[in-house]
Design a protein. Structure first.
Length: 232
């Protein structure tokens, strides 16, 4: 089957945006070397991402604990996501929303034909053979979860964590030290509007969202604790 993301990766301006992100991330990974990265640096990057992700919610104080709890399992869930997406998403939501929703809603998507269809389509992408740049898959996965809101709570936290999982599992950022959430936070005024643009289904909206995610990777590389960036 042809890669369904190929056309998206070729949209005007997207190849150069993806190349810039790849170069920024490679600079961080190459300068330090994967083996030279410490466990503390990885943990610091995940924590910084969790805190930034919570700040992107309407009630950061409410969701901070869940974001941090989820961040601790992002590396482990990265591998699960590509073979059993539903399981990974359920676990991610359970971690993020624990104590904030009733136990019977933890990890359980809402009913609805559209939700089931969209999440089924995302699962096919995540488990399929994708040859397009990992950032495109990460962008689509993030936007699908954030806009469909399958759980009805903590969906933004799950969406941003899934973006990190895709980047880890694909080898784009194998240790998880690129803090993409800080990139989204730096453009907070644009973040929701760009997701709305994606949800509209227009080519322009999807293109703008992918370019935003590429820039978030650039910012996330600059903010990485590996190079002395923001670590909290």
């Amino acid at each position: 089957m042809p890669d369904p993301l190929t056309d998206l990766a070729r949209l005007e301006g997207v190849p150069s945006g993806l190349a810039a992100a790849r170069a920024a991330v490679d600079l961080v990974l190459t300068d330090r070397g994967l083996r030279a990265m410490t466990g503390d640096q990885v943990a610091s990057a995940l924590l910084a991402g969790a805190r930034a992700s919570a700040r992107l919610t309407e009630d950061p104080a409410r969701w901070a604990a869940g974001a941090i709890r989820l961040s601790t399992e992002v590396p482990a869930l990265a591998g699960v996501l590509r073979v059993a997406p539903a399981q990974a998403l359920a676990r991610a939501h359970t971690l993020a929303a624990y104590g904030e929703v009733t136990d019977d809603r933890l990890g359980r998507p809402r009913d609805g034909v559209e939700i089931a269809s969209r999440m089924g389509g995302l699962a096919e992408l995540l488990t399929g053979r994708i040859e397009s740049p990992a950032l495109v898959l990460a962008a689509i996965a993030h936007a699908e979860i954030a806009t469909v809101a399958p759980f009805g709570s903590a969906d933004g936290l799950v969406a941003r964590a899934v973006e990190r999982m895709v980047l880890i599992s694909s080898g784009f950022d194998p240790r998880g030290v690129i803090v993409t959430e800080l990139g989204h936070l730096r453009r907070r005024d644009d973040y929701d509007a760009l997701l709305s643009g994606y949800a509209s289904g227009t080519v322009a909206g999807v293109r703008a969202w992918i370019l935003h995610v590429a820039q978030a990777a650039v910012d996330g590389a600059e903010a990485s604790p590996v190079v002395g960036g923001v670590s909290s």
